[in-house]
Design a protein around this ligand. Sequence first.
Ligand code: HEC
Length: 113
Amino acid sequence: MKFAQILAPIAMAAMAVASTSAIAAVDADAAAALFKKNDCSKCHSIDKAKKGPALKKIAANHKGKADAQAAIIKAITTGPKVKMDDGSQEDHKIIDTKDAAAQKNLADWILAQ
Ligand code: HEC
């Protein structure tokens, strides 16, 4: 069997996965799992302020803005200085995945709270 014959089905399967995730609705389970795994829940809950604002508040702040998803992704990938509830400043946590689809899914999930 030629190498290309082995690779072609793998490439096709990978493309199928990529195209379904691009059009899929928010995968809430995946987003919540990523959120938990990254200890985001240490500072954010869905509806209560902790060290950081509640996700509902974040969603409300960005509601109706065209660049909402990009703003969220920037906040969780570039480590901007943020003010904690006690007034101290820290670099914001950077998410541990470079997978753009996973980052977008997480951003959409936060914005849907
Ligand atoms: C050590 C505490 C802490 C951790 C851990 C943390 N955050 Fe935050 N986060 C904050 C604070 C504080 C702010 C508020 C910044 C402000 O209002 O200036 C914030 C803001 C945000 C925002 C809003 C950005 C905006 O522009 O409105 C998002 C989205 C966010 N965090 C997501 C996450 C995600 C996802 C994780 C996990 C990867 C995470 N945070 C982990 C403290 C934290």
